[in-house]
Write a protein that binds this ligand. Sequence first.
Ligand code: GLU
Length: 511
Amino acid sequence: MKVRVRFAPSPTGGLHLGGVRTVLYNYLFARHHGGNFVLRIEDTDQNRFVEGAEQYIMDCLKWCGLEPDESPLKGGLYAPYRQSERKHLYKDYAEQLIDSGHAYIAFDTPEELEKMRAEYRRDDNTNPQYDHFTRGLMRNSLTLAPETVAELVEKGTPYVVRIKMPEKETITLTDMIRGEISFDSSLVDDKVLLKADGMPTYHLAVVVDDYLMKITHAFRGEEWLPSAPVHVLLWQYLGWKQHMPQWAHLPLILKPDGNGKLSKRDGDRLGFPVFAMNWYDPKTGETTKGFREMGFLPQAFVNMLAMLGWNPGVEKELFSLDELVQIFSLERVHKGGAKFNFEKAKWFNHQYIQQTDNAVLAEMVLPYILNGINLSGNIRLTTYDLRLIEKIAGLIKDRCHLLTDFWEQGHFFFATPEIKEIAVIRDKWNDQKQQFFTALQTKLEQITDWNHDALEASCNELAVECGLKKGDVMLPLRIMLVGGKYGPGVFAIAELIGKEETIKRIKFVTG
Ligand code: GLU
């Protein structure tokens, strides 16, 4: 049987890194087994519809290089892949469930539901459910006479269809990661399957579509485990038990301290992204930062995510997507949650930055450099070429963990720096140094072939002539050129910023 897996997001907002990891494990599993990876948009809850969220999800998958074989955009044998466009399909299945006695019609208004909850609210049951106990007290096709039900339906009274959960039954599920899991049916409420507007809820739609789309394996986050008994029963009640996919509920991604699920708020609080890409929420007008815009390479992001909850069984940590496809197996996915560690995420990115060819890196960092130039009030270069950026990238990449670091670490190549550490120069200033730097300007002026070695030779020669050690002049020179005590080799910097700019920066400090 051909492996078919699906990622089935509801387009309600930014794509959390947990969601991307679900995509990744689906993708790796499908590719490993020569199967198909389906993207299905679960947009049946129109109250939660968010403009742009579906496109955003597709863009995230594209950025990560985890593109589906079948999707709303690509189409496929089982189209449409957007549940709102499949609305007409679900009603028949809801009716089938009513006819077989596994579901029923309920007319209760929101006020009636609230009244029931208020009446049964106790300290040990703060949110009474519509379940095997309360359903006998409500207005539904189990309590009303058939003629009354027919009359109400006839009159157009709004109603929902609910699953009739059995009492005291043990529902078991074999999870590929967790093994056998049992649920007590008495603790599960009678979930709505079809809403008053004729739209299915997630519970009905997910089962119908996994069946119709011939999904063989369903991987999703652990937070869906409480819904699993409802789904297992629906597979059974619809007569499809033998086609039920194999489930795997993936472990949560936890806060860095391991205390609960990582949320967007943790990211805001601790200063790291939790969404794959920037997410602009049209409802609040707020933009939440993503890994992409923070300067992550998609390959590094994907590699980091693969290791968050799965181990390859070897020491090695860096794997290309193709390698991951080769070695991925669900048996090595952990049961326990995985703590997110931003420093480790940056470590992965650093490794990928080092591996990336400088010319390719130049193209990647260009937007960050342009942004820096735009924001900088002190622009020196208004034109630059990629060859120059390539050289700069090669010089500073070992200092960069994020693509945004290329501006932090290399801004002085493009803009005249502010001399932040002037005190370091002043504290040890003396006549000899003044003499050296004055003479240096003349000496540099005379260099015809402006390159690293020529600069170094002139500087060393002059230091000896002035009775100074190389160490005495290198730090002040660095601060004059860079503004602080960091950066790559001083002569490499001088070579790239050019003669005129080098002399100008020395003159600015030493007169
Ligand atoms: N629509 C659900 C979500 O938004 C999918 C859960 C599942 O994969 O079954 O995550």
